[in-house]
Design a binder for this molecule. Structure first.
Ligand code: HPA
Length: 275
């Protein structure tokens, strides 16, 4: 895609969204599997199905509704993606992260991302919430491959602080106030869609991963390219393959995400108040 085409596509989406809501969102939220309920708490929401937005991709996975929601939460203007795009659906890396570029164009300065992940660290338990301190990109894809549009960011972006330490501290404070235990750790991103093998999980543990999932990293790369500050959380929905003597399933992932959603939501609301 030429630089002009990508800039035009971003502008087409952003102009459409701006024409539907006068709100100037500063905070973007992308909520993973089963955690889209935050969208229900948005006040005065403008809800735009993805297929309505020019140039926007459309999502296909069960449990991932495809809607963009603009409104206020705790008095903060937010733009929220209810349902994200995954590489395993067959999208290109620059497509799954396209909404971040649209958010940036609309004025977003802070991005909160959440995902469901398998626990690689054996000290973790299903239901834990982990602040993502760093990531390892094992997807074999990078959304910045191709010509660089300097309007969007530099050719060789710094990734020495992909997840903001400042925002991580805020999250710690919010969790302490509420009496929630937060884990911290490194998120390894795999292409999927199959879950990992036990040998892959042992490998991930050796290289320093604490959790594993199939999303988030392309979005965070594009956000950092755009100079957006990122706060990321994994909901540990299951122990990763080979840790327990049982198969993994999407229904287990969804059930655990559902079990912790109230706490997760409360945490995010508390953080929004502090931002
Ligand atoms: N592996 C990869 N992605 C996941 C997992 C897992 O164990 N759990 C939730 N998403």
């Amino acid at each position: 895609m030429t630089n002009q085409t990508i800039l035009d596509r971003i502008a087409a989406s952003a102009d459409y969204i701006a024409s539907k809501s006068p709100l100037k969102p500063e905070i973007g939220l992308i909520l993973g599997s089963g955690l889209g309920i935050l969208a229900d708490l948005v006040e005065n929401p403008t809800v735009l199905p993805y297929e309505e937005i020019p140039e926007f991709p459309v999502s296909t996975v069960e449990g991932h509704a495809g809607e963009l929601v603009l409104g206020t939460v705790k008095g903060r203007a937010v733009i929220l993606l209810k349902g994200r795009f995954h590489l395993y659906e067959g999208y290109e890396a620059d497509t799954v992260s396209f909404p971040i570029r649209v958010m940036k164009k609309l004025g977003v300065k802070t991005l909160i991302v959440t995902n469901a992940a398998g626990g690689v660290n054996v000290d973790f338990d299903p239901g834990d919430i982990m602040i993502i301190t760093d990531h390892i990109n094992f997807m074999g894809k990078n959304p910045l491959v191709g010509p660089n549009a300097s309007e969007l960011g530099v050719r060789f972006p710094d990734m020495s602080e992909p997840y903001s330490r400042r925002l991580g501290k805020l999250a710690d404070e919010a969790a302490a106030e509420k009496g929630y235990r937060l884990r911290r750790g490194v998120y390894a991103a795999m292409l999927g869609p199959c879950y990992e093998t036990p040998a892959e999980i042992r490998m991930l543990r050796v290289v320093g991963a604490d959790a594993v999932g199939m999303s988030t990293v392309p979005e965070v790369i594009v956000a950092r390219h755009a100079g957006i500050e990122v706060l990321g959380f994994s909901c540990i929905t299951n122990m990763a393959a080979g840790i327990l003597d049982q198969p993994l399933s999407h229904s287990e992932v969804m059930e655990t995400a559902d079990r912790v959603k109230d706490q997760f939501l409360d945490l995010i609301l508390t953080i929004l108040e502090k931002l």
